[in-house]
Ligand binder design. Structure first.
Ligand code: ZN
Ligand code: ZN
Length: 370
């Protein structure tokens, strides 16, 4: 079996080769945020005050959607403490940056920094990890979802990227709420409520039609952009017993100008090695990773990763493979036989006669096959 190493282990091997400045916060990232904020507020004012043709409103909406996503990427960076170090300022700026996506800084740091980063691709502890077959068999909702034919499910799964970030973020509020100290729960609740209150308040001020272009459509676009990254960050990788970023993460590649717009969010493996380093320096980390562990490092163009995501099932089978429970089709994950250009399946026998709870039957059979 392949050996795993922790992110700290990799970081300790690369750190000596990096200049000292890469470990300092980079406040100049805020200029990008300011630019997005000015653009977003201008777009909101234009939609609200002028009665433009629908086509113009639509185009402005797209710009707003890109700004929502861009601000979200910056918010992620700010809340890792890579822009400013003072906790109150970090949370304040993070709250502004995440305002359009309606995610509060306290909840985000718990969900993302303390859970996703610490337990990446741990089936139980990573709130962003996809389920295994064992989990699927226990969930009535998931069993129902997996009865839908694969092609239809893939289509809906991709369409759902336009709402997934928002839905997952609401789910995270309920999931983590009880884990906060009682005095912090109020803060978490208000940080969640205030952004929603302002956006719903705007609905009453400017009316439904303008609000669709000012908030609803940009929210869908923003969701889709951030989820295009989030869904390819780890979902083609295996579940792992050790939080090894070279095994459990994928860096996608995008044109340079998109990296500028998205604050280098494409460098996700690098981010998991050095979450408290400004993403400005990730290209440097990538150079070292590719030099030191070329056979372990996973990288592919964003389009190719999304296509592979479309073609592969999303349930883990024995940690290192993915299974389509309905047919028992199994394919590899990155580093475990998955070739994104030629996705091949092998079959695990499933019983011919499947009752309405066929997933259970498939599950039992698959478990027997182990
Ligand atoms: Zn991640
Ligand atoms: Zn992060």
């Amino acid at each position: 079996m392949k050996e795993f190493y922790t992110f700290g282990w990799y970081a300790s091997k690369i750190s000596p080769h990096l200049p000292k400045k890469v470990f300092q916060p980079v406040p100049s990232r805020l200029f990008g945020g300011l630019a997005y904020l000015i653009i977003a507020i201008s777009c909101l004012v234009v939609i609200s005050l002028l009665n433009l043709h629908l086509l113009w409103n639509f185009l402005i909406s797209v710009v707003l959607g890109f700004s929502f996503a861009g601000l979200g990427f910056l918010g992620h960076e700010i809340l890792h403490g890579t822009v400013v170090r003072r906790p109150w300022l970090r949370d304040f700026l993070g709250a502004i940056a995440f305002w359009p996506l309606c995610t509060g800084p306290k909840l985000w740091r718990k969900w993302h920094n303390s859970s996703h980063h610490v337990h990446t691709q741990d089936e139980e502890l990573d709130p962003d990890a996809w389920p295994s077959l064992e989990k699927l068999a226990k969930s009535r909702l998931l069993r129902w979802v997996y009865r839908i034919p694969f092609a239809i499910r893939a289509f809906f799964a991709f369409s759902a990227l336009t709402i997934t970030f928002t839905l997952h973020s609401i789910r995270m509020l309920f999931y983590f709420f009880k884990d906060f100290e009682p005095k912090n729960r109020k803060v978490v609740f208000w940080q969640f409520l205030l952004p929603w209150a302002t956006w719903i308040g705007l609905l009453f001020v400017i009316g439904f039609e303008k609000w669709l272009f000012a908030f609803f459509l940009p929210l869908l676009i923003g969701n889709f952009i951030v989820m295009s990254y989030i869904s390819t960050n780890h979902r083609l990788n295996p579940l792992v017993p050790v939080n090894d970023p070279l095994a459990n993460s994928l860096s996608v590649t995008v044109p340079k100008w998109i990296d500028v717009l998205h604050f280098n969010f494409s460098y996700h493996t690098e981010h998991h090695l050095f979450p408290t380093m400004s993403s400005k320096y990730y290209p440097l980390v990538k150079e070292h990773l590719k030099k030191m562990w070329p056979e372990r490092y996973h990288e592919m163009p964003m389009g190719k990763a999304l296509a592979a995501l479309w073609k592969t099932p999303r349930v883990y089978y024995q940690q290192r493979e993915l299974i389509e429970p309905r047919q028992g089709n199994i394919c590899g994950t990155l580093g475990n036989g998955l070739d994104p250009t030629r996705i091949q399946h092998r079959k695990v026998e499933v019983e011919q006669e499947l009752s309405h709870n066929f997933v259970d039957s498939a599950f039992k059979k698959v478990v027997k096959h182990k």
